[in-house]
Design a protein around this ligand. Structure first.
Ligand code: AKG
Ligand code: FE2
Length: 249
């Protein structure tokens, strides 16, 4: 992954950058054994059908959950690191690679002096649909930090992909917050598939692959037909070409 790859997604000249085989096959096989039925997988605060290990920034809804997110950040990073041992955790490798590849470097996001978590493990079980949606850090971020953020990217590393289903769908359109809420209609999260036309690109990653995309553009994941879809999710904050990238989950 190069500086140009990252910029092409920021600028919208590329819909997604696909890096096949990002995770070493032995590390991948070991992680699959560890993660498949992991006892720590818990339900996402807003949607119980989505399971995850770790606590996502998007789950912050008040002061208590904000404190919890930061208090657990380092423990949750270490938990994912331990799950991949004796191999390097792919989230750690991603952080180092971005530090090496991005001219101004890259590091863990910190908000008001508190560290972010990175490397959430998400499970999408059989028949669970991840509806078309957008992600925006500003929904959860203190306003002062949000003003500096120029773009947001999403980096997913795939641990398990079902044989049928589990494709990533991309619409290539960035509705902005007001238009997104109109598209949501009365839903609490995401857009009804009937409300928007077909995606402009459909990508089926393989286990071990990495995909970089702009999550402010509408995207979705088709339901798994058989096995659970297991990913490591990361977001990247872009503050300008001469500024370091920031990572969080
Ligand atoms: O798991 C994926 O392929 C995409 C997940 C997603 O919604 C995102 O990256 O923002
Ligand atoms: Fe998303």
């Amino acid at each position: 992954m190069s500086q140009e790859d990252i910029l092409s997604v920021v600028e919208g000249t590329t819909l997604a950058v696909h890096v096949p085989g990002f995770v070493h096959p032995e590390a991948l096989a070991s992680a699959q054994r560890q993660l498949f039925d992991h006892p720590d997988r818990g339900s996402l605060s807003q949607a119980a059908e989505f399971k995850r290990i770790g606590f996502a920034y998007s789950e912050i809804s008040d002061g208590t959950s904000r404190d919890r997110y930061h208090a657990e950040a380092r423990t949750n990073i270490q938990r994912m690191r331990d799950l991949f041992a004796p191999y390097a955790s792919p989230s750690d490798v991603l952080r180092l690679l971005l530090e090496e590849t991005w001219a101004a470097g890259a590091g863990l996001m910190h908000v008001e002096g508190r560290k972010a978590f990175i490397g959430i493990c998400r499970y999408q079980d059989k028949n669970v649909d991840l509806n078309p949606h957008t992600d925006a850090l500003e929904r959860n971020l203190p306003a002062e930090h949000a003003r500096r953020l120029k773009a947001q990217l999403s980096v997913n590393i795939y641990i398990n992909i079902p044989r049928t289903g589990g494709e990533l769908e991309l619409w290539g359109t960035e509705p902005g917050e007001d238009a997104y809420h109109r598209l949501m209609g009365g839903r609490t999260w995401g857009i009804d598939r009937e409300t928007i036309g077909p995606p402009v690109e459909v990508v089926k990653p393989a286990p071990g692959d990495l995909l970089l995309l702009n999550p402010r553009q509408i995207h979705a994941v088709r339901p798994s037909g058989d096995e659970p879809r297991i990913t490591l999710g990361h977001f990247l904050g872009y503050y300008g070409t001469d500024r370091p990238l920031e990572l969080w989950s």
